[in-house]
Design a protein around this ligand. Structure first.
Ligand SMILES: C=C(O[C@@H]1C=C(C(=O)O)C=C[C@H]1O)C(=O)O
Length: 367
């Protein structure tokens, strides 16, 4: 493994595996044998924290919804036999109370619960006064304020060992991922609360095994503090999320391949070379912003002309051509369709808004 930047959160670093905080274990606790089997395998790999879903929020009824409280006994036994810390998702007060009785060490709030301030508050109140570790997964929709709000509720309940888990965001459109990563949301969270430990949950972002490595590596490139990776003795036979789980052996090889990055390097040549690139980027950024400013001015002039002639702002044919031409041009210089499309749609939206405003204000002035 390469140079590693240590986690600067003592409670987290104590539980880390190879300098990153790792939670591994099955999506769901299925049987006592399965829980004990995976616990011993993880222990042998020096994993320190084991997960196992006890209550599973499923999108549609009829799927396996978890074994329920009996699974807590199995986790307790696994902890006794291996010394592993145990981590589960809780979604209401009863879950918390049962989990506290079973001496669960780490709790997380799932993405579906994180969207509801009522649920989050209920869980925070139930954990108040304990010294448990709590992670808040991102809400299913990319709403940073909602994510931060949920974290604040635990802070206010005096939970001191707090972190966030990035599991990706639901989308209506079909995508490569089960949940789109939208890395920028997590980057913004890190900027808003720099001291908050951040884990990636590649299993839920990916939805399939073959994407796990790339997602985890991207998170390491962004200096996440750790990861939660679903690990099952026989993934293809798993009772839930079979496509995204891996064996302990596969986990071990994934961890070996990962490159961990340092946050910075105080070395002259490196700093000089990086400055060279940054200067170039600054110049290009200025050009982009200047061009966008100029483009908006021209769009406003087009808007004035449309206003005078009582023509609608939105011109679907022209817009379709603008988008398609730029996607084509972008592809020729290695810009992905997804990226160009997002960028050009944002520009068009602003252009249309500005044209509408100008038409409106011209009409108000002439009245
Ligand atoms: C600028 C125009 O108005 C709108 C904005 C466009 C743009 O910003 O590229 C394109 C088409 C219209 O929907 C135009 O009609 O060309």
């Amino acid at each position: 493994m390469n140079a590693v930047s240590p986690i600067n959160t003592p409670w987290l670093s104590q539980l880390s595996t190879s300098s990153k905080f790792l939670i591994a274990g099955p999506c769901s606790a299925e049987t006592k044998t399965q829980v004990l089997d995976i616990a011993h395998q993880l222990k042998a790999m020096e994993v320190k924290v084991m997960r196992a879903g006890i209550w599973k929020p499923r999108t549609r009824p009829g799927n396996f919804e978890g074994v329920g409280a009996i699974g807590l006994d199995w986790l307790q036994q696994a902890k006794k036999e291996t010394g592993l810390k145990t981590a589960i998702e809780v979604a209401n007060k009863t879950h918390v109370e049962l989990a506290l009785k079973a001496d669960i060490d780490i709790f997380w709030v799932g993405a579906r619960s994180a969207v509801s301030p009522f649920i989050v508050q209920e869980i925070a109140d139930a954990l108040r006064g304990t010294n448990k570790i709590v992670f808040v997964k991102n809400p299913v929709n990319p709403d940073l304020a909602l994510w931060i709000g949920a974290i604040e509720r635990f802070k206010q309940a005096n939970i001191n060992y707090l972190g966030a888990i990035h599991r990706g965001f639901s989308s209506y459109e079909k995508s490569l991922y089960r949940n789109n990563p939208e890395w920028q949301v997590a980057i913004d969270l890190k900027a808003a609360i720099p001291s908050l430990p951040l884990l990636v949950d590649p299993s839920h972002i990916a939805g399939k095994r073959n994407l796990l490595f790339d997602i985890t590596q991207t998170a390491m490139n962004l200096n996440y503090d750790g990861m939660m990776i679903e690990t099952h003795p026989t993934p293809t036979k798993a009772w839930s999320d079979a496509d995204q789980q891996i064996t302990p052996k596969q986990l071990s090889s994934l961890l070996k391949q990962l490159k961990y990055r340092v946050t910075d390097k105080d070395e002259k040549n490196f700093q000089a070379d990086l400055s060279y690139f940054r200067d170039k980027i600054d110049v290009l950024d200025q050009q982009i912003i200047n061009s966008l400013g100029k483009r908006m001015k021209v769009a406003e002039e087009a808007g004035q002309l449309k206003g005078k002639n009582n023509v609608s702002v939105l011109q679907p044919e022209r817009w379709k051509n603008v988008l398609n031409n730029l996607i084509k041009q972008g592809k020729a210089i290695d810009l992905s369709e997804e990226f160009v499309s997002k960028l050009v749609k944002a520009i068009h939206q602003e252009s249309v808004t500005r044209q509408s405003q100008i038409i409106q204000s011209d009409e108000t002035n002439s009245n």
